[in-house]
Design a binder for this molecule. Structure first.
Ligand SMILES: [Ca+2]
Ligand SMILES: [Ca+2]
Ligand SMILES: [Ca+2]
Ligand SMILES: [Ca+2]
Length: 471
């Protein structure tokens, strides 16, 4: 009498029986089927969830010697288990399994006596450092963990309004990033989208036209940057990145709506700022960057801010550069006020402080785009800090578009590094919740802000080691 020959076929039959039972009994399976899922990206034929740490629909299995899987899987598996890749030298095989059931198959295989091991097909990744020529001079972006954030995702065109001195629209490192008003035909002298502005293709210009003491509100489509400040701020957020030229923009992919509210001297009026905020919100800006400030509170400014916030826009403003109280609109309710730090994570002495400060970001020696003839220039101040935060918000919204504006605010705060914790643990009036960390903004869990100022608070921050499809 001969012993029945033990083959891979019998091994797999046992596995499939066990797995079928496990699937039938598993509440996980039902739950998975009911869950909404994101659109799947496709990378080399392998399905990858946007935040999946492993290849979907795959497990790696090594069977014991003499147990070959090659011809049996398709025949035996009612679940269309299929063999994708055999690594003969290592004795392992990559098997295709139903998406969402990878863990179950790994557990089932590992429980079988003829399996040496089974595991998920995990992803590896490289830190994404852009090839932009001036990248080595952009110390601020590694400081806020931008490369780690970009390794998760690039910004997919989130619209950021830059209220500033205009922008150099033809700048070679910016000319692809401008908002194109989808409802407006350029240059036909007609307000095609009926928003009250004729030919507002990339944005609008709100200003008090003054001759001597005689000032009156006017507006037009002149967006040219006669100062340079607006071009610098736009570049920090959205300079074309990975194009082997110029600088990298912190969002790597946001679009910019140009709203000119400052003149050649960098001055403007609250009325123009308020009108510009309203225009930005009405025309779809998700983030509104306000790198300027004034000393006086204003109901007009607060009303404009409240309007945009209710539309779901995040407003980000410079805290101020006089080292005193926080400027307006940074001090308004519903505005993220940004202090400035240096390469050692120390607050710049010029950076204004007070109860309204929410977060800090690099603001010294910041290289970005500029008007001709320089084209690139270093600047310092809280004006340069705010756009780093705007860029982080744009990137987060691109990654998790379902978030509401208050959730984005919380994620910015929760992700910040409390770099002055030895002196001022938790929130403080100098750096707010701490220095921006773009990676943690994308991966961290929201923390409830505590009343300010706080006794020492030690938070446990969960860092999800999430590795995702390169966009
Ligand atoms: Ca129009
Ligand atoms: Ca038109
Ligand atoms: Ca560039
Ligand atoms: Ca602190």
């Amino acid at each position: 009498m001969t012993q029945p020959k033990y083959t891979a076929e019998t091994a797999l039959r046992g596995i499939f029986l066990a797995l079928s039972l496990a699937l039938a009994l598993s509440p996980v399976n039902t739950a998975l089927a009911a869950q909404p899922i994101r659109e799947l990206g496709v990378d080399g034929g392998i399905a990858l969830a946007p935040c999946s740490k492993h290849a979907l629909g795959q497990v790696v299995v090594r069977f014991k010697d003499g147990v070959s899987t090659s011809s049996l899987l398709a025949k035996e598996s009612g679940l269309q288990l299929r063999h994708l890749q055999e690594m003969l030298q290592l004795g392992a095989t990559v098997l295709q399994v139903p998406v969402g059931e990878e863990q179950l198959w790994v557990a089932t295989f590992n429980a079988h006596p003829d399996v040496v091991y089974a595991e998920l097909n995990y992803r590896v990744h490289a830190l994404e450092v852009p090839d932009d020529e001036k990248w080595p001079q952009q110390w601020a972006l590694p400081q806020v963990s931008a490369p780690q954030a970009w390794d998760i995702t690039h910004c997919n065109g989130t619209l950021v309004a830059v209220l500033d001195s205009g922008a150099y629209l033809e700048h070679p490192d910016l000319d692809q990033v401008w908002w194109d008003n989808p409802g407006e035909q350029p240059g036909n002298g007609v307000d095609d989208d009926g928003n009250g502005k004729v030919d507002d293709v990339h944005g609008w210009h709100f200003f008090q036209g003054c001759v001597g003491d005689d000032c009156e509100p006017r507006d037009d489509g002149m967006l040219d940057d006669d100062n340079g400040h607006g071009t610098h701020v736009a570049g920090i957020i959205a300079a074309e990145t990975g194009n082997a030229a110029g600088v990298a923009g912190a969002s790597w992919g946001a679009r910019v709506m140009v709203v000119k509210v400052l003149d050649a001297s960098g001055d403007g009026y609250y009325s123009d700022v308020a009108a510009g905020i309203r225009y930005a919100a009405d025309n779809g800006a998700q983030v509104i960057n306000l790198s300027f400030g004034g000393d006086e509170p204003s109901q007009l400014l607060q009303d404009a801010v409240d309007y945009a916030y209710q539309q779901g826009a995040l407003l980000v403003a410079a805290a101020g550069n006089d080292g005193g109280a926080v400027d307006y609109p940074g001090a308004c309710e519903h505005v993220v006020a940004v202090a400035a730090t240096d390469s050692h994570d120390s607050r710049l002495s010029l950076s204004s402080h007070g109860p309204e400060v929410d977060i800090a970001a690099p603001g010294e020696g910041i290289l970005s785009t500029w008007v001709e003839p320089q084209l690139y220039w270093f600047r310092r101040g809280t004006s340069m800090a705010a756009p780093h935060v705007s860029a982080a918000a744009a990137l987060l919204w691109s990654w998790e578009p379902e978030l509401g504006v208050s959730q984005v605010e919380l994620r910015l705060q929760a992700g910040a590094d409390d770099v002055n914790a030895p002196s001022y643990p938790g929130w403080d009036r100098y750096l707010g919740w701490g220095r921006l960390n773009m990676y943690q903004v994308l991966t961290g869990l929201p923390l409830e802000p505590t009343p300010s100022p706080t006794p020492p608070v030690y938070t446990l921050r969960l860092l999800l080691p999430c590795v995702c499809a390169a966009p």
